[in-house]
Design a protein around this ligand. Structure first.
Ligand code: ADP
Length: 664
C-alpha cells in the first residue's frame, strides 16, 4: 500500500513539474501566469484520484496550450489582396472596393508612424527627446513653448504630446488644458524637474496621461509613450472595425471572407451562430464539472494556435436566446474593441485579448439584429446575382471547380452555354448560386460514374438534353406566364432572408356574416395590411364602381399560398388591395404584373425595402411589369442597366393607379 502511495505521489509530482515548465514557457501575461502557478500549487495538495484534481489539470493544460502570444505575420500588400479578390470572384465590384478600402485603412493604421510633439523651452532637452524617440521609429516635431505647440497642433494630427511644465509663454499646465478641450484624443505626458513632482501629479489630475521626472531614464520615456499609444489605438479602432456581410445565401459572403484571410495571410474559421441560444456557447462553462468547456471563440483560437485569425460569425440574424442567458450580449463584448482586449471566458476565468482577431459577421437580413450590435459594424451588402452573372460565375468558377473535384478533366468535359442557362432557369430558383453549384456537382458526379462504367465517351459536352438526362424533368415552372389571368388573384413581390421572391394573393367572397378570414400563415404586420386594404376598399368603393354594401351578408377570405416563403412585412399591402378590387369589380388581374408597396388607409403608396432583390426575383419568375412606390424612385435609378433590361418598372403613388395597370 505504501509503495503505491509513493509512486502515485511521484507521478503527481512529475506531472506538476511538467506543467510548471509549460506555464513558464507559455508566454502568458504576468497576471495569468501567477494564477496558473497558484492553481498548480493547489493541485499539489489535492488527492489525484478526485474529480477536482483532474479538472484542475485539464484546465492548466488548456491554459498553457492557448496561443497567448502567437500571431501569424500579416501580409499588407494591397495589390496582392486586390488580385486575390478578383481572381476568385466574378463581379461584386462594390463589395471588392469596400473591402479593399477597409484593408487600406487597416494597413495605413498599422504602417503609419505615430506622430509625437515634444514641447520644451530648453533646446538641449528638445533635441534629446527628439533623438530618443526618433530611434523608436516615431515621427517627432518639436515646439519651443506652449504657443508654438498650439500652432503645430493645428497643422498636424498628433498622437502624443510630451511637454515640459515650466515655460515662458503659455506653460505646460495651460497647454494641457487647451489640448484637453480641443484635441481630447491626444494623450499628454508631462515632464517635470525633480523638485516639482507635486505639480506633475496635479497635471495628471487635470487629465495628463502620465508624467516623467527629470532626469529621466530612456526606458521611462519609451514606456510612457508606448502605453499612451496603446490606449489611443483602442479608442481609434472602436467604430466600424467589425465587418458585416449581409445578403442572401450563396452570394459569396463566405468565399470573400476566406479571400480576405488569404490576402492577409491569416488563418480562417467559421462559427455558426444560427440557433445558438445559450450564452455559454460563446462564453464557455464554469469549470465546476469534468467536461466543462470554453466557449466557441476561445476553442477556435486554441485550435488554430494563433491570436489573429479571421473569424467569420455566421448568421448573426438567426441568433436565439433563452433562459440560459443571451448570447447576443456576450457577442457584444467579443466584438467591442473596448472590451474584447480583456475577454473573460467562463472556463478560462482569466482575461484573454481578442483584439487581434479580425471578426467578420454575416447576416441574411439586418433588421432582426440588436441595434447595439449593428452599430459596431461596417455593413457591406451582397445582393442576388442576375441571370447573366450566374452564367458567368458558373462557367468561370463553378464548372471548372466541380470538374476538378470529381476527378474529371477540363479538357474532356465542358458545359455548353445553353446547358448552363437551362440549369439556372429550370432547375434553380434562388438569389445566390448555392443550388446552381449543387446541380453542377450532381451532373459532374454522374458523368464520373458513367465514365467509370464505360457508358459515356471520355469526352462529354453537356447540352440541354444532357441536363435533362442527368437531372430529370425540370423542377421549376414559370407560374407567372404559364397560367391565366384570374379574378381576385394578384402577383406580389416579397423580400426575405433568402432574397426576393414572388407570392400570389388570392381574394374570395362568399355568403356570410361580415367576416374577414386570413390564411397562409401571415405575420402580424401582413395581417394588418390585409385589414388596412379592406378598409380602404370599403371606404372608397364608390370610386371604383363597387356596391358600397358589398360586405353586408358576405365574408371575405384572403389567402396567400406558398408554405416555404416567410410572409410578413407591410410591402404586400398594394397586392392585397388590388386583389380585393379585382374580386369586387370582377376584372381579371394581370398575372405578369407584380407589385410591391405599403398602403395607407387613404390608398396612398409608401416606399418599401429590398428593391434590387425584388426586381431580380421578378425577372427570375418572368414577370413583365413591376409596380413600385414612386417614393422608391432613387432605388430604382440605382439599378444597373443589366437588371432593368427586359422588364418595365412602373412607379405609382396610389392604389388606383396600380389597379389601372393591373386590372384588365
Ligand atoms: P454565402 O456565404 O453568401 O452563402 P458562399 O460564399 O458559400 O455564399 O458561396 C457559394 C458558392 O458560390 C461558393 O462556392 C463560392 O465560391 C461561389 N461564389 C459565390 N459568389 C461568387 C462570385 N462572385 N464569383 C465566383 N464564385 C462565387
Amino acid at each position: 500500500m505504501s509503495f503505491f502511495k509513493k509512486s502515485e505521489d511521484s507521478e503527481q509530482q512529475s506531472t506538476i513539474t511538467d506543467l510548471r515548465i509549460k506555464v513558464a514557457d507559455a508566454q502568458m501575461p504576468a497576471g495569468v501566469e501567477k494564477i496558473a502557478e497558484q492553481e498548480l500549487e493547489m493541485l499539489t495538495k489535492i488527492n489525484p484520484a478526485t474529480a477536482e484534481y483532474s479538472i484542475g489539470l485539464t484546465y492548466i493544460d488548456y491554459l498553457v496550450t492557448l496561443p497567448w502570444n502567437k500571431k501569424t505575420e500579416d501580409n499588407l500588400d494591397l495589390s496582392r489582396a486586390e488580385r486575390l479578390l478578383h481572381e476568385n470572384h466574378y463581379g461584386l465590384e462594390k463589395v471588392k472596393e469596400r473591402i479593399l478600402e477597409h484593408l487600406a485603412v487597416k494597413v495605413m493604421r498599422l504602417n503609419r508612424k505615430p506622430l509625437i510633439l515634444v514641447v520644451d523651452d530648453e533646446e538641449i532637452a528638445r533635441k534629446n527627446l527628439e533623438h530618443v524617440l526618433s530611434k523608436e521609429h516615431y515621427e517627432v516635431v518639436t515646439a519651443a513653448d506652449g504657443a508654438d505647440a498650439l500652432r503645430k497642433l493645428e497643422a498636424h494630427e498628433f498622437d502624443v504630446v510630451i511637454t515640459d511644465l515650466k515655460m515662458a509663454s503659455l506653460d505646460g499646465m495651460e497647454l494641457l488644458e487647451k489640448v484637453g478641450e480641443r484635441y481630447p484624443d491626444i494623450k499628454v505626458i508631462v515632464v517635470t524637474g525633480f523638485a516639482s513632482i507635486s505639480s506633475a501629479i496635479e497635471a495628471v489630475k487635470k487629465g495628463a496621461f502620465d508624467y516623467i521626472a527629470k532626469p529621466f531614464k530612456l526606458d521611462e520615456v519609451r514606456n510612457a509613450v508606448s502605453k499612451a499609444l496603446e490606449k489611443k489605438a483602442v479608442v481609434k479602432n472602436t467604430k466600424g472595425s467589425v465587418l458585416c456581410f449581409s445578403g442572401p445565401p450563396g452570394t459569396g459572403k463566405t468565399s470573400v471572407g476566406r479571400a480576405v484571410a488569404q490576402a492577409l495571410g491569416r488563418k480562417f474559421t467559421r462559427i455558426a451562430l444560427g440557433g445558438m441560444k445559450d450564452e455559454a456557447d460563446i462564453r464557455g462553462h464554469r469549470r465546476t464539472y469534468v467536461g466543462a468547456k470554453p466557449g466557441r471563440i476561445i476553442e477556435e483560437l486554441h485550435r488554430l494556435e494563433t491570436t489573429n485569425p479571421v473569424i467569420m460569425l455566421d448568421e448573426l440574424d438567426k441568433l436565439g436566446h433563452d433562459v440560459k442567458g443571451d448570447p447576443a450580449s456576450a457577442l457584444l463584448e467579443v466584438l467591442d474593441p473596448e472590451q474584447n482586449q480583456a475577454f473573460v471566458d467562463h472556463y478560462l476565468d482569466v482575461p484573454f485579448d481578442l483584439s487581434s482577431v479580425m471578426f467578420i459577421v454575416t447576416a441574411n437580413l439586418l433588421d432582426t439584429i440588436h441595434a447595439p450590435l449593428r452599430d459596431r459594424m461596417e455593413v457591406i451588402e451582397f445582393s442576388g446575382y442576375t441571370q447573366e452573372e450566374k452564367a458567368q460565375i458558373a462557367t468561370r468558377f463553378l464548372v471548372p471547380k466541380q470538374i476538378r473535384e470529381k476527378g474529371l478533366s477540363t479538357n474532356r468535359v465542358n458545359f455548353t452555354p445553353e446547358a448552363v442557362q437551362k440549369i439556372i432557369q429550370e432547375y434553380t430558383r434562388e438569389a445566390g448560386i448555392r443550388s446552381l453549384e449543387r446541380k453542377i456537382a450532381t451532373i459532374c458526379r454522374k458523368i464520373a460514374k458513367e465514365a467509370l462504367q464505360g457508358e459515356v465517351d471520355n469526352e462529354v459536352s453537356v447540352t440541354p438534353e444532357q441536363v435533362e438526362h442527368f437531372l430529370g424533368k425540370r423542377k421549376y415552372h414559370f407560374e407567372v406566364i404559364e397560367e391565366q389571368d384570374r379574378i381576385g388573384v394578384t402577383t406580389g413581390l416579397v423580400w426575405t432572408g433568402a432574397g426576393g421572391d414572388i407570392i400570389f394573393v388570392e381574394a374570395a367572397r362568399m355568403k356570410g356574416d361580415k367576416e374577414l378570414i386570413i390564411t397562409g400563415s401571415l405575420g402580424e404586420v401582413m395581417r394588418e395590411s390585409v385589414q388596412a386594404a379592406l378598409s380602404y376598399v370599403r371606404s372608397s368603393a364608390a370610386s371604383f364602381g363597387i356596391d358600397e354594401n358589398f360586405f353586408e351578408r358576405q365574408d371575405i377570405h384572403i389567402h396567400v399560398p406558398g408554405g416555404a416563403i416567410q410572409k410578413d412585412g407591410p410591402s404586400a399591402g398594394i397586392t392585397i388591395a388590388v386583389a380585393l378590387l379585382s374580386l369586387l369589380t370582377k376584372r381579371p388581374a394581370r398575372r405578369d404584373v407584380a407589385m410591391t408597396g405599403e398602403i395607407t388607409l387613404t390608398g396612398r403608396i409608401l416606399p418599401v425595402g429590398g428593391i434590387r432583390e425584388k426586381v431580380l426575383a421578378a425577372k427570375r419568375a418572368k414577370v413583365a411589369v413591376i409596380i413600385m412606390p414612386a417614393k422608391n424612385r432613387v432605388d430604382v435609378e440605382e439599378l444597373s442597366e443589366e437588371i432593368t433590361r427586359d422588364i418595365t418598372i412602373k412607379l405609382v403613388d396610389t392604389v388606383a393607379e396600380a389597379a389601372e395597370a393591373v386590372l384588365r
